[in-house]
Design a protein around this ligand. Structure first.
Ligand code: MN
Ligand code: MN
Length: 459
């Protein structure tokens, strides 16, 4: 059953395609470190590729015909792109879904304080992180501050070479005797993830002079007041660009592969697709790392409502058409898999692990313990995918997330499956998942993209 690594099949031309595609991906990953940045970048790319804004189509009651391309931007935090197929939407869609939120550290609503003449920012982490990994490394701040009058101020600190970076301090080993006896989960506590923001006092102030100086800086540079943090969305992420990884440059190290690696490859697949028999969709969602809740998460009515609007603009709307469109659809719920790591063989079962370089991994089920919480894909659907992938000469593999009873995880698959559509989990294997810097194989990234292209063309 052991397959072969994708690297063996590439000739010189293919190899150059793999590396070029990954250059584009690295640029995306370096630029887009929040779900908001990913969504806005997707909107830009969609516009360039001739996509219409669904909102404008609705306002003008534009009738949509096969070949038309539209995108729906949900609050700048999640996006759906569609190519209208030759068949009616009620025959079902081919859907590529992935999430664009990643584990990180968010600022609290009242974050700014001074302690012992150091100004700090109080935070609340987002998603499943090993907190000890986020200290003593260069961090950046990305996000928006929305002022009372509705003005939106974009903030990116720590990415330009001339920018300062931020960070969270750790204890020196010399004084860490007590700390090092703690278990790894409590070495760094959630409330200790305080970002060092500055240390220079304002000469005009007597009380909290460092904080006063920073408030002055914020006013000058961004025209914001301390109270404006209340309506801000500021995310602390690792500072720096995605880089080639390994002396052979075969991998990419970057922040947020989970799950922008599937998000970007899905996005590129739909942007590089022209006409389709079945309506094609790429759905990039927020909030997966915290349970897919909220208006921009997968559990939101956004997707269903958007499909309803599409049906309305392609003909006469009725509820039955919507239900049929969803039920008759096929979906690749793409999310990263744990790549087999020779440093940690004990948590893996070799026959059912995802290997770097072997292409996207298809997971019949995810879940924990006795497959709890999983979407178990049907063998009929998997058989059809085997054919689609093999016919397109895609390198692909199958995997579970680690050994039985070792842990587990979930994705957005089960939420779409609630519409009674055919859904399977798949995605790119990752090393260091949820760490500040994650690693993926360039071959897997490219094969995922090619696999998604083939899937969207499925009749
Ligand atoms: Mn994920
Ligand atoms: Mn994750």
């Amino acid at each position: 059953m052991m397959k072969k690594s994708a690297w063996y099949k590439y000739d010189e031309k293919a190899l150059s395609d793999v590396f070029h595609f990954n250059d584009d991906y690295k640029a995306f990953l370096s630029e887009c470190k929040t779900e908001r940045e990913c969504t806005l970048s997707a909107v830009e790319l969609a516009k360039k590729a001739g996509y219409m804004d669904l909102e404008t189509c609705i306002q003008n009651n534009t009738s949509l015909k096969p070949g038309d391309k539209v995108y729906a931007n949900n609050k700048d935090k999640n996006i759906a792109l569609f190519i209208i197929g030759e068949e009616p939407i009620e025959n079902g869609m081919n859907i590529l879904g992935a999430h664009i939120d990643s584990p990180r550290i968010d600022l609290k609503q009242v974050p700014l304080y001074e302690d012992t003449e150091i100004c700090l920012l109080d935070t609340h982490y987002y998603g499943g992180i090993k907190k000890y990994q986020w200290v003593a490394l260069p961090l950046a701040m990305h996000g928006v501050v929305v002022k009372k009058d509705g003005t939106k101020v974009n903030v990116v600190i720590g990415e330009d070479d001339n920018d300062p970076v931020l960070g969270i301090s750790d204890l020196l080993p010399h004084l860490a005797q007590t700390q090092m006896k703690k278990d790894a989960g409590s070495i760094i506590e959630g409330e200790d993830l305080n970002v060092t923001f500055g240390s220079m006092p304002s000469k005009d102030e007597e009380k909290e002079a460092v904080k006063a100086n920073i408030k002055k800086l914020l006013k000058e540079k961004y025209d914001i007041e301390e109270e404006d943090f209340i309506s801000a969305e500021l995310e602390i992420v690792p500072a720096g660009k995605a880089r080639d990884f390994g002396i052979d440059r075969s991998m990419v190290m970057g922040y947020g592969h989970d799950d922008r690696v599937c998000g970007y490859t899905s996005l590129r697949a739909i942007l590089d697709t022209d006409t389709v028999k079945k309506t094609a969709c790429c759905l990039l969602v927020d909030k997966e790392e915290v349970g897919s809740i909220g208006a921009t998460g997968m559990q939101s009515k956004f997707f269903e409502n958007t499909v309803a609007e599409l049906i309305n603009l392609t003909g006469d709307y009725n509820d039955l058409k919507l239900r049929r469109a969803l039920t008759n659809s096929y979906m690749l719920s793409s999310d990263v898999s744990a790549g087999y790591d020779p440093n940690y063989p004990a948590v893996m079962e070799r026959k059912n692990s995802a290997y770097l370089g072997y292409g996207p991994a298809f997971n019949k089920y995810t879940g924990a313990r006795g497959k709890s919480g999983c979407n178990d894909a049907s063998p009929e659907f998997i058989a059809s995918l085997r054919k689609t992938m093999d016919d397109a000469n895609i390198s692909w593999q199958t995997a579970e997330l680690g050994r039985v009873d070792q842990g587990g995880g979930g994705t957005i698959a089960y939420i779409l499956a609630n519409y009674n559509m055919q859904v399977i989990d798949c995605g790119v294997p990752v090393h260091n998942m949820h760490a500040p810097w994650e690693v993926c194989s360039k071959a897997d990234i490219y094969e995922a993209y090619k696999g998604y292209l083939a899937f969207l063309k499925q009749a």
